[in-house]
Design a protein. Structure first.
Length: 292
């Protein structure tokens, strides 16, 4: 197997693992905030251990530390909104709403980077909005989950756009580590403020600890390092196409684990098809536009 095929397989496995986080968010019994607190704590420790084993220099400037630390707050907010959406709705609804990441990136990236917004970006965005409207219309019982799923997509779009500027000067794994540490700090600060940290459920059941350990290691630190490593040989276009399979994998896994609980109305599936088709069309459109 050549390097490209090997890295493509690794990327598919990584995206499959990312899709599995939705299932874990549903089966772990604690709320979104403490779940993410555990996730970033375990992921930070695991990633730090990996740096020690590989003898990697993780020194950064004070300016970079502040930037990564603050961005970590956005990462934490994204995960909290994501898992809360799952708790109040379903995995399928949340993952489809998270796919609107493409829409918000098309809007926010030009604004943050002071670039022009292209007509094609607007058209793709309108298709995604149409899909979201259909889900809102036919799945009214999950309105709160849809809202938090969309908020998770906005937060994801924000920190991804910011990270795309950081990655030009710093290594992604180092950025990720300091953002995880920052996320842990901000969640801890919030939990100290509302007093919930003192009542933190440390006496969880063995299943919860097992699932949280998988979430923090396999689905976060390991998947992150694997996802970054393949980008050295795979094009951004191919990476984007495969990454867009995350909701597909996630919905498939959710149906296997939860079956009838994940069944939706016909309107949901039509809206989802419109959103997912738009998400897959977007990198193709971007690739062709850049080739002109």
């Amino acid at each position: 197997m050549d390097a490209t095929k090997k890295n493509l397989l690794i990327l598919h496995l990584t995206v499959f693992v990312w899709g599995f986080t939705g299932v874990l968010g549903k089966v772990i019994s604690i709320d979104a905030v403490p779940m993410v607190w555990y996730r970033v704590l375990i992921a930070s420790i695991t990633l730090f251990a990996w740096f020690i084993l590989t003898k990697k220099n993780i020194k950064i400037t004070k300016k970079q530390f502040i930037q990564f630390f603050l961005t970590g707050g956005l990462v934490a907010i994204h995960w909290i909104f994501f898992f809360h959406a799952i708790k109040v709705s379903t995995v399928s609804v949340t993952l489809v709403c998270l796919s609107s990441f493409t829409l918000f990136t098309a809007i926010l990236e030009p604004l943050i980077k002071k670039q022009a917004i292209f007509i094609g970006d607007i058209l793709i965005g309108l298709l995604i909005i149409a899909g979201i409207y259909m889900i809102f219309k036919f799945e009214t019982q999950y309105t709160l989950g849809i809202i938090f799923g969309l908020l998770a997509a906005v937060a994801s779009s924000l920190f991804s756009t910011i990270n795309s500027t950081f990655v030009q000067k710093s290594e992604p794994s180092i950025i990720g580590f300091y953002e995880l540490v920052g996320g842990f700090f901000w969640i801890t600060l919030y939990r100290l403020y509302d007093g919930s940290l003192l009542n933190m459920p440390f006496n969880l059941g063995s299943k919860d600890w097992f699932y949280i350990a998988i979430l923090g290691t396999l689905c976060t630190s390991i998947a992150y390092v694997a996802g970054v490593s393949v980008m050295r040989t795979l094009s951004a276009f191919r990476t984007a196409l495969v990454t867009n399979l995350e909701p597909v994998y996630g919905i498939f896994l959710a149906y296997i684990f939860f079956k009838d609980k994940e069944q939706m109305t016909g309107g949901f599936y039509i809206g989802s098809a419109v959103i997912l088709a738009s998400v897959f069309l977007y990198p193709i459109y971007k690739n062709r536009k850049n080739c002109l």
